[in-house]
Design a protein around this ligand. Structure first.
Ligand code: MG
Length: 245
């Protein structure tokens, strides 16, 4: 049946077909195969759908490793919080193309300014940082704001909630592709919805995140773990789930 596709599109959607009157059999433009899989959605858009991998449900660190082995972050009230100086935590599994839901909260006690206030980050494939920052009435460089791909892509909006409130990221990430000899074939792409507001719209990532200098791509596996950053601030995370695409 798959062979039918190009034939249908060729017939129905060629320019010459469009220039003709839309008459004839409507069944010619119906596509019945493949059938999308049934996914049972969560009770709300925040809850994991049936085919999601739950990375953190507030109970344990079983999906994560710490920088020196066991995770040292604090686990309480169904959330995990950065333990300053213990390092980032990393998923045991690797992921490539994915849909990620993650909730985070910066400290209610506001301290520091700019990049020094409620800073953490979600490193997709361990390399591409989606910035987490308390950016509520807190000025910093635009490409380091909350919702930025750090030092690369400026977010389309600042949709920050107040410090101490839970915030959401819903991310669609397409991994970069490399040829067998390590040459970049296609850049990573990212879509981010921050608290229901689109802040990255299928944007092309320039390369691995760099604090100093120009980002560049270095070849890596098709699936790589996700890291959450310890930037020294007591940022918390909860309800993390992912769907592989
Ligand atoms: Mg950060």
């Amino acid at each position: 049946m798959k062979k039918f596709f190009p034939l249908v599109f060729g017939m129905a959607f060629s320019m010459s077909a469009f220039s003709q009157a839309h008459t004839g059999d409507p069944k010619l433009t119906e596509i019945w195969d493949p059938v999308p899989p049934v996914v049972q959605p969560g009770k709300t858009a925040q809850d994991a759908p049936s085919d999601a991998i739950v990375l953190f449900n507030g109970k344990d660190f079983s999906a994560w490793s710490g920088s020196k082995g066991a995770v040292e972050w604090t686990l309480e009230e169904n959330a995990m919080t950065v333990k300053k100086g213990s390092g980032g935590i990393t998923t045991k599994r690797g992921f490539g193309d994915c849909q990620l839901h993650i909730e985070w909260r910066t400290p209610s006690v506001v301290k520091g300014e700019g990049q020094g206030r409620g800073n953490s980050g979600i490193f997709l494939m361990g390399r591409y940082e989606l910035q987490v920052l308390d950016n509520y009435n807190n000025k910093t460089y635009s490409n380091g704001q909350v919702g930025s791909i750090y030092k690369q892509l400026i977010p389309l909006a600042n949709a920050s909630r107040q410090p101490g409130e839970w915030q959401t990221y819903d991310v669609i990430f397409i991994a970069p592709k490399f040829s067998a000899d390590g040459k970049l074939q296609s850049q990573a792409r990212i879509t981010v919805i921050h608290n229901g507001v689109l802040v990255q719209n299928n944007a092309a990532i320039w390369g691995g995140t760099e604090y100093i200098g120009i980002p560049e791509y270095k070849p890596h596996a098709a699936k790589e773990p996700i890291t959450l950053q310890d930037h020294g601030d007591l940022v918390s995370y909860r309800n993390i789930w992912i769907r592989e695409l």
